[in-house]
Ligand binder design. Sequence first.
Ligand code: PEP
Length: 256
Amino acid sequence: MNRKYRKTVIAGNWKMNMLPSEVKPYADTLRALAGKTKHCEVVICAPFVMLPQLIKALRDCRIAVGAQNVSDKDSGAYTGEVSANQLRDLGVKYVIIGHSERRSYFGETDEMVRAKVTAAIGAGLIPIICVGETLEQREMGVTKDLISMQVKLALSAVPPEKMRRVIFAYEPVWAIGTGKTASAEEAGEVCSHIRAIIRSLYGARIARAVTIQYGGSMNKDNAAQLLSMPDIDGGLIGGASLDPEHFAAIIEAANQ
Ligand code: PEP
């Protein structure tokens, strides 16, 4: 982390878990444990159907709400889609874009990620753009080339003045939901690489201000070590965010 230049952001990704009836008890517990966090921004990214309730339950505290997906279209005849403007109007602040589960199960391409990032920024949402390699790609030695391509394509329509409202999450696919975590050094090295790409595209001043998270089986026991790396500015947390006490312990590690 480097709090001098950029914001630390700890985001929970509930994925397709939790029920509407569980939102209020969860939010009340998290608010009591971490509602006054000072040194990092906390976000919960929930399924669409729970967003209004979560926003209401977290009103007047410092925990923000995010979505897990967004349409690249502004409005119109796109049955089943949810637009960036609809999310913004509801009070949503962040949106996860290009999560590896969407890329692998729903065929989301780098071109779709680029279009969704553009739509999100246009509506005033902060995109959390996920990039990461599979185990096979890591073993083939193409991790950095792949990440470079994902980052460059995602940013190809983002002007410099909007870069302060962009977050990256480095999520090695082999570490998501598997209990396998990248070592702090492995994760730190790829996050530094992401910053170097941003520097080559936008210059040093913008690159040092961009928050880059790590995601992949982050938990209360490994969070402090991962966050001690200079280019890891937070976490995108799946499984461990489902328990508010466990999630609060990760937030606590980021507040040190
Ligand atoms: C994620 O959903 O982005 C994630 C990193 O999941 P987990 O923490 O469960 O590996």
